[in-house]
Design a protein around this ligand. Structure first.
Ligand code: PHB
Length: 383
């Protein structure tokens, strides 16, 4: 019984060799100036057997940064750095999209020469932010973008998209998830605007729509995806009517004929298997509203990924932590091989340790010692 997880997929102009993609993973290992390095290139090269790599979130402008050492796509040095990455992935036979990011209120003045972070509305997130010096401090209240400033931020996404082409990417993913700037416009808790960017659902969608318009000016739509996280509370987020909001967001992606919608899903129960009424309503509404590919993401294993594809819910499944720790993850899944256990202490910041030194299955056979579990299901069950 071959799983459709290992079937090809046509995605825009690309034919992907299978359905196991690499999810975007923040690793905080860019160099001075938030420039990607040879080390970053080595890390992505090792993972080139992914159906598709989505890069770590990458700020489109200096104001879009809110974590230490995240890469940017707004300077020439960054474009040159990313070329090393895309060349490495292409040499190894892979495909890589850049994830276009602006953090909005999830930041601190210490990242911006003392200037206050920007957001749709002056509402501080509950919680703490990591400073450039790796200290945790409370969030401050962001400054609301003026109506006339919003199109300037849209242009920053356009520049990021253009620069991603110059850097040799195969496409781009618009990051509209996880409580960052676009999501702050979308979801009701963080948008109390009374201008054309807030109030009605149509107005809350306007920023996303303008970003999609700018990005699809620069790239054919088959090379553009968008990531959404309808029910995730991460970064102090909530929406009053998520089924309605995210059906409309998916429908907007459909209007632009985007290649895929990438979903950050609840870990359990998995869509399309219904959870409570709301989980089912949100994810089935997105599936109905969008004709392109859905990328499922959230603690999948081979069995649950197979189920999602067989039911016609998702066409691709993205793996995060598992790909981080298993550079040859597709092979391990296909052959039912043991899975390296990720080391959480080295997820963020640091160096090559816990980054480029996870062994392949081949290396394990040649005597490299590493902590493994029998299957991805076992790893995901651990949480
Ligand atoms: C993070 O750096 O913690 C982070 C970045 C982007 C995301 C989620 C988390 O989408």
């Amino acid at each position: 019984m071959a799983s459709p997880l290992f079937d090809e997929l046509d995605l825009g102009p690309h034919t992907l060799p299978h359905r196991a993609a690499m999810a975007p993973l923040t690793r905080n290992r860019a160099a001075e100036g938030n420039v990607p390095t040879e080390l970053n290139a080595a890390y992505y090269r090792q993972r080139a057997s992914a159906a598709l790599i989505v890069s770590e979130a990458t700020q489109v402008a200096p104001k879009g940064q809110g974590y230490p050492r995240t890469p940017g796509i707004h300077s020439d040095e960054q474009v040159e750095g990313w070329k090393k990455v895309t060349d490495a992935v292409h040499e190894a036979g892979g495909r890589i999209f850049l994830q276009l990011w602006h953090v909005g209120r999830i930041s601190h003045p210490l990242y911006h020469d003392g200037e206050t972070p920007v957001a749709p509305s002056p509402i501080a997130p509950d919680g703490q932010v990591l400073t450039p010096d790796l200290e945790m401090v409370p969030f401050e209240t962001p400054r609301a973008l003026g109506t006339e400033e919003v199109p300037e931020v849209v242009e920053q996404y356009r520049t990021g998209a253009k620069n991603a082409r110059r850097a040799g990417f195969d496409g781009v993913e618009i990051h509209a998830a996880n409580g960052y700037l676009i999501d702050q416009f979308l979801r009701s808790r963080t948008n109390e605007r009374t201008d054309r960017y807030g109030g009605s659902l149509n107005n809350r969608l306007r920023f996303l729509r303008e970003v999609m318009a700018a990005v699809t000016d620069e790239w054919e739509s088959g090379r553009v995806g968008v990531r959404l996280s309808p029910l995730s509370p991460f970064n102090d987020m909530e929406d009053a009517t998520p089924a309605e909001t995210f059906r409309a967001a998916a429908s907007t992606a459909d209007d632009f004929e985007l290649s895929y919608v990438h979903l950050v899903e609840p870990a359990e129960p998995k869509p399309p298997v219904a959870g409570d009424g709301e989980t089912a309503a949100v994810f089935s509404g997105i599936r109905e509203a969008f004709d392109g590919a859905l990328v499922a993401n959230g603690n999948y294993d081979t069995e649950t990924a197979t189920d999602a594809i067989e039911r016609g819910y998702a066409q691709l499944v993205a793996f995060g932590r598992a790909f981080l720790a298993n550079p040859d993850l597709p092979r391990r899944l296909k052959e039912g091989l043991p899975i390296n256990v990720p080391d959480e202490d080295t997820f963020y910041n640091g160096d090559e340790h816990g980054y480029t030194d996870y062994p392949t299955w081949e290396e394990l056979q040649n005597g490299t010692a590493f902590d493994t579990l029998d299957s991805l299901a076992e790893l995901e069950a651990r949480g």
